[in-house]
Ligand binder design. Structure first.
Ligand code: C2O
Length: 566
């Protein structure tokens, strides 16, 4: 039967403090042990418990999403990640993807990535740094399960999730994800935003399907089964889960709340709005605060994107407010079709007006560097193109610039510099591009003209090796003639970000910054424009689309391009 909505109360995930407090009150590095456990999780009152893979400080405390890690700016958090998963996956894992192969050995490859974190690549969760239970098998880039996050970055919202090559999408679907905050009380408290556990909450959203016995459901037959028996480019579930509960409710007071909303879906976009005319006021996005608050009536949130918003329930005319989404799946889908509005959760608003000491100031963090294109030392063109089986629409793989993940590294930025990236989306779906380590500012987005000719060039170069690939890109570049319509970048997305939604048939111009956002911390370490660690040590960093839209989440098929520093 169908699950009734708004039956379960929105939980808060357990908090793990990512710092220690020494005698005398000084903050010292935090030491955490986080395991990945095979356990059960209740997604709805009327649904039997679901077998999941969950992060936790112990099996008993493991949750989906995992615990929220709260770190302090400038105070390192050391996490030792351990894998306690069984020999076999609970979801269809397609071994035809040249993935984290364990040969004939049993075991589930995992590796945790702190998304938005500025850390050495040996602690970045490189997709080939995976390991199975008890470290029985390890990937070629595995060095140690003890990761260090320096947290020498601006305060904001991050998240951690599995990142193993070829099975990220199933590991995340099984439950391996969680929220992470970098807090900086000295800079944040004076803002006066809603604070404390009751009024400042993480909201982690994703979609899932269940069998009637409570098991997670994922179609076990691939879209293109003679190429990949089980791989499906996208996953869409009909149940919307917030903090681990299907369509929960939250009792709120008539005052301001802060919600740090993460879309942790594999492929579903959320276009969120509130019933009854309530608005959002955006105060932050991926990783960092905005310079100034941005009010919206609704906004689009791609997989892996974060919106940090304040909602004031004092003005509500109703005692129930629904958070809902009307984004088509896949996104943007057929322009002629209207998408269903799906409920996300309900707020039950208290009747009496409360004294509210919180506020949203007119300026938040205005002193972050302004994007300056004159800083760019190189311009790169990065074309996303989806290859299909001859004569069909069925995708077999998606490459960036026609190159596979295993091909030689092509993006080799230098530490301390910025680059212009022209990201060209030749697919039919919106692709949220994510770059590790760096942050970027979106300068503009324009429609491509003659996109079919560009696609023809890419198709032609597909089989030609590196030379063919370069020719394909050059051929496409000669013809693409960007100059079509300009698309507005929403105001809440004009700050520094680590994810950008690249629309189909457009080119987005990003200024990518391969140096810390905060110059002062760099100066403190005596190295201006440098990261507080050796960026050249380790396997390097990756960039990729974050959707299983028409390919996967971080599967083999995306060129998880490595950005290696020289
Ligand atoms: Cu959200 Cu490569 O990661």
């Amino acid at each position: 039967g169908r699950l009734e909505k708004f039956m379960d109360e929105l939980p808060d995930m357990p908090v793990l403090r990512g710092y220690g407090v020494a005698e005398g009150g000084n903050l010292v590095a935090g030491e955490l042990a986080v395991g990945m456990y095979d356990t059960m999780w209740k997604f709805h009152r009327d649904l039997p418990a679901t077998r999941v893979f969950a992060y936790g400080a112990s099996r008993e405390t493991a949750t989906v999403p995992g615990p929220t890690i709260v770190a302090m700016k400038g105070v390192p958090t050391r996490v030792t990640w351990t894998n306690h998963l069984p020999p076999h996956h609970i979801l269809p894992w397609d071994r035809s993807l040249a993935a984290a192969r364990v040969g004939n050995a049993a075991g589930i490859p995992t590796v945790a990535h702190l998304h938005g974190g500025v850390q050495q690549s040996t602690s970045d969760g490189h997709s080939m740094a995976w390991f199975t239970s008890g470290f029985a098998t390890t990937g070629p880039h595995f060095s140690s399960p003890a990761y260090e996050y320096p947290n020498q970055q601006l305060p904001g919202n991050l998240w951690y999730h599995d990142h193993a090559m070829g099975l990220t999408r199933v590991n995340i679907l099984a439950g391996l994800l969680g929220a992470y905050r970098v807090a900086d009380p000295a800079a944040e408290a004076p803002l006066g935003l809603p604070s404390g556990a009751e009024f400042d909450r993480n909201l982690v959203l994703f979609d899932r399907d269940f069998r009637s016995d409570g098991a997670l459901f994922m179609n076990a037959t691939g879209n293109n089964p003679d190429v990949h028996p089980q791989w499906q480019p996208e996953y869409f579930g009909t149940a919307v889960i917030a903090n681990g509960k299907a369509w929960p409710f939250l009792r709120v007071r008539r005052r301001r709340y802060r919600f740090r909303i993460l879309n942790a879906s594999n492929a579903r976009f959320f276009r969120l709005s509130l019933s009854g005319g309530l608005r959002f006021v955006h105060v932050g996005s991926d990783s960092v605060y905005l310079a100034r608050p941005v009010p919206t009536e609704g906004f689009l949130l791609a997989p892996s994107e974060i919106a940090d918003v304040v909602v004031d329930f004092a003005g509500s005319k109703h005692d129930a407010v629904t958070l809902r989404s009307d984004a088509p799946a896949p996104y943007p889908g057929d322009p002629g079709e209207k998408a269903d509005t799906v409920a996300v959760m309900k707020f039950v608003v208290g009747s009496k007006l409360e004294h509210d000491p919180s506020t949203v100031p007119a300026t938040l963090m205005p002193r972050y560097p302004k994007p300056d294109t004159r800083e760019a030392v190189v311009t790169r063109h990065i074309a996303m193109y989806e290859y299909t089986k001859n004569g069909t629409d069925e995708p077999t793989h998606l490459y960036l610039n026609g190159a596979a993940y295993t091909d030689p590294v092509t993006e080799t930025p230098r530490e301390g510099t910025s680059e212009l990236w022209e990201v060209i989306n030749l697919t039919d779906d919106n692709h949220p591009l994510h770059v590790h380590l760096a942050v970027f500012a979106v300068l503009k987005q324009r429609s491509l003209r003659r996109v079919d000719e560009f696609r023809d060039c890419m198709r032609g170069g597909a089989s030609g090796g590196a030379g063919g690939r370069n020719d394909a890109l050059a051929c496409g570049m000669r013809r693409h003639l960007a100059g079509g319509r300009r698309h507005v970048v929403p105001r809440q997305e004009r700050g520094w970000k680590n994810v950008f939604k690249v629309r189909p048939s457009t080119v987005a111009t990003l200024l990518v910054r391969f140096k810390p956002l905060e110059e002062s911390s760099a100066t403190a370490s005596g190295k201006s424009g440098r990261f507080p660690f050796d960026v050249t040590a380790g396997p390097g960093y990756v960039y990729h689309c974050h959707v299983s839209i028409k390919q996967k989440t971080i599967a083999q098929f995306i060129k998880l391009c490595q950005t290696v520093f020289m």
